[in-house]
Design a protein around this ligand. Structure first.
Ligand code: SF4
Length: 324
């Protein structure tokens, strides 16, 4: 049962370990700014195909400013402006938009575009591509669409036994950008055992933001009895952070969109709470959680820094021209 702070007998003094880095990554920052700039430049409505980033608060804020979120291109009225989300889209989506005379702004994260390019390049060289990722995730749908005849999705090591390829000397693995680093490497090890000539991508597909947030949350898990990750349930990297915290030994780890979703019962006998947030989460939501904890006696905040992030991406080039 959730109780109010006043209903607890006495505030329990406690400590908060605050992860750094946390919250927005460069790709999310760019995508959200792209919607805001498009609204400013062209006025509402601006159509956005799929949630621009997987965060409830961000989507609701942009809706209030005049963004209309749709799941399919044919929901966008002919001739309108449509923005593609940070997760990327398949080439067929670009063709559908052209058929409807839509003006497009592509806010695909450059690190997702990198994986698309790898898929195209290996397909042109006639490789079989084993894409490690989660079925149905928007990013996986987009990447698979670049080379559907060459890509096979691999969800976990359990899938490896059932795989077959045309030529074992021409097989490469790629991955979704927001997976668990440790689980992905388990799948890669299983793939290497099955296909000893397996080619690896030239650089990590799991992006810097996902890796950094997972490393930081592992540090929290070593010292906190409870880890709270701020993020939405459909955010792959946020969900992975909760799993990483549990696997790293945190006795409890929970995902919340907002501070009011925290159950006060989670704090029983907890002296140290770890707090972090997914790459699609604005830091104001973390501030809300810190405030909620401070009201309950958890007001001694120690920042646990595991990496410095200074990456930024330029806005989509379409915003530098007049689309109308
Ligand atoms: Fe780009 Fe990684 Fe952020 Fe996704 S999580 S938008 S891939 S930087």
């Amino acid at each position: 049962m959730t109780t109010t702070p006043s209903s607890r007998s006495a505030p329990q003094p406690g400590r908060v370990l605050l992860a750094s880095p946390r919250s927005w990554c460069a790709g999310v920052d760019r995508a959200v700014l792209a919607v805001e700039k498009a609204l400013e430049q062209y006025g509402p409505p601006i159509y956005v195909r799929h949630e621009i980033v997987h965060n409830k608060h961000v989507v609701q804020s942009l809706q209030k400013k005049g963004a209309i979120f749709v799941e399919r291109t044919d929901e966008v009225p002919e001739g309108s402006i449509v923005l593609f989300s940070a997760h990327g889209v398949a080439p067929t989506v670009h063709s559908e938009a052209a058929e409807r005379n839509l003006k497009t702004i592509d806010a695909t994260c450059p690190l997702v575009t990198k994986v698309h390019r790898e898929a195209v390049r290996y397909a042109q060289q006639d490789y079989d591509i084993l894409l490690i990722g989660h079925e149905g995730h928007e990013e996986v749908i987009g990447t698979t669409g670049e080379a559907p005849d060459h890509i096979t999705l691999v969800d976990s090591p359990d899938d490896v036994a059932g795989l077959s390829v045309r030529d074992e000397s021409k097989v490469v693995w790629l991955s979704q950008t927001t997976l668990s680093v440790d689980e992905t490497m388990e799948t890669v090890d299983a793939l290497k055992t099955r296909f000893p000539l397996l080619t690896s991508p030239p650089s990590d597909d799991i992006c810097y933001a996902t890796q950094n947030r997972q490393s930081a949350v592992k540090k929290l898990a070593e010292r906190a009895e409870l880890v709270i990750v701020v993020g939405s349930k459909n955010s792959s990297n946020s969900v992975r952070m909760v799993e990483v915290a549990r696997n790293a030994g945190a006795p409890a780890a929970h995902l919340v969109d907002f501070a009011h979703e925290i159950d006060e019962a989670w704090l029983e006998r907890v002296t140290t709470v770890g707090v972090s947030s997914g790459a699609s989460v604005p830091d104001t939501l973390v501030d809300g959680v810190l405030e909620w904890l401070a009201q309950r006696g958890y007001d001694d905040i120690e920042t646990v820094t595991t990496a410095d992030e200074s990456i930024t991406f330029a806005l989509p080039h379409e915003l530098r021209h007049n689309l109308r």
